[in-house]
Structure formats: structure tokens, C-alpha cells
Design a protein around this ligand. Sequence first.
Ligand code: CTP
Ligand code: MG
Length: 179
Amino acid sequence: MIELILKTIWLLLPAYTPNNFAVIFGGGTPIDFGRKFIDGKRILGDGKTWRGFIGGVIGGLLTAHVQILVERVINVRIYSSLTYGSFLTLAFLLSFGAMIGDSFGSFIKRRFGVERGRSFPILDQLTFLVVAYLTASRCQAFYRLFTWDVLVTGLVVTPLLHLSVNVIAYKLGLKDVWW
Ligand code: CTP
Ligand code: MG
């Protein structure tokens, strides 16, 4: 059980980390160029920028490459069991899919009138993951590593992980609210 959870988190790191890189590298021109949707509200909002998106995807790829090195050191073969080409394709599709899902989540939030930066439970934690799964399912390697038990564990563990990280950040005084 614990092994399955750890393996799932490991496999999902290239999808988890892009948003953190987006926070660091984000800013500048918004993806929607400030434009509004037919409902008069912003298409995505100022929280989704080109720099954040591209920095996020590159960050996810960087994470995956660090994982390959770590796998060598601790002698496990998950991502390193793939050929470099398959690994690169899978890592790219996971991080790109995560950023597409992140933007899609914002699109939905704006349609519900939820302002930029305000939380929308479940949607905030699962949209990026579901879209990352769908995007990554375009490549063969996905089916080798993301078995059904991993996919389901990811859906259960991700919101819990999100919540625990927020609680820790709150306790450390990095966030004003615990959720
Ligand atoms: N960010 C960015 N570009 C992206 C994604 C994120 O620049 N494509 C940066 C923004 O500075 C954003 C921060 O990372 O404010 C946190 O990301 P996120 O929580 O996804 O955005 P929110 O500001 O909460 O906006 P939204 O309500 O649309 O989710
Ligand atoms: Mg947010």
C-alpha cells in the first residue's frame, strides 16, 4: 500500500511540479491577453501567464530529469526503465497536460464567477491531474507505468497531499488559511 502510494507520487512529480515553477517564473503577459469571454468575465484571468505556462512545462521536464538521476542513485527503475525518447515524451505530456489542465481549471472557475486566486475545492486539485492523465495517454509508455492502481491512487492521494501541504504551509506561517 505505502509502496503504491510512493510510486504514484513519484510517477506524478512531472505533473505536480509545473504549477510550483509557474509561481516562480510567472508574471507578464496573461495567456488570455486580458480578453474577456462572452459572459463578460476574463477568459482565464491574470493568474495564468505565458511565462508561467512555459516555465512550468520546462520545470516539470527538469524535475523528471532529476528523478532519472535519483533513480540511479537509489537503484530503482521506474522512469529509468524507459528508453530516453519514451521517457522524454511521457514527461513532456505529463507536465504540458498539467499546465493545460491548470488553465482549463481557471477557465471553469471564471465561468462560475470565482475570482483569480480564490480556491475552488476539488476542481483546483483534480482538473490538472485528469487532463495530465488524458494528455499522457497519447503515448505508449503511459500504459506501461500508469496501471489502473496507480491512476486510482493518484486521484485519491492528490487532494489529500494538496491539503497536507497547505496545512504545513499554514503552520509554518506561509499561508493565512489552512485549506
Ligand atoms: N502562474 C502563472 N502562469 C500560469 C500558472 C500560474 O503565472 N500558467 C502563477 C501566477 O502568478 C499565479 C500563481 O502562479 O497567481 C499561482 O497559480 P494558481 O494557483 O494556479 O493561480 P491563481 O492565482 O490561484 O489563479 P486561478 O484562480 O485562476 O487558479
Ligand atoms: Mg490558486
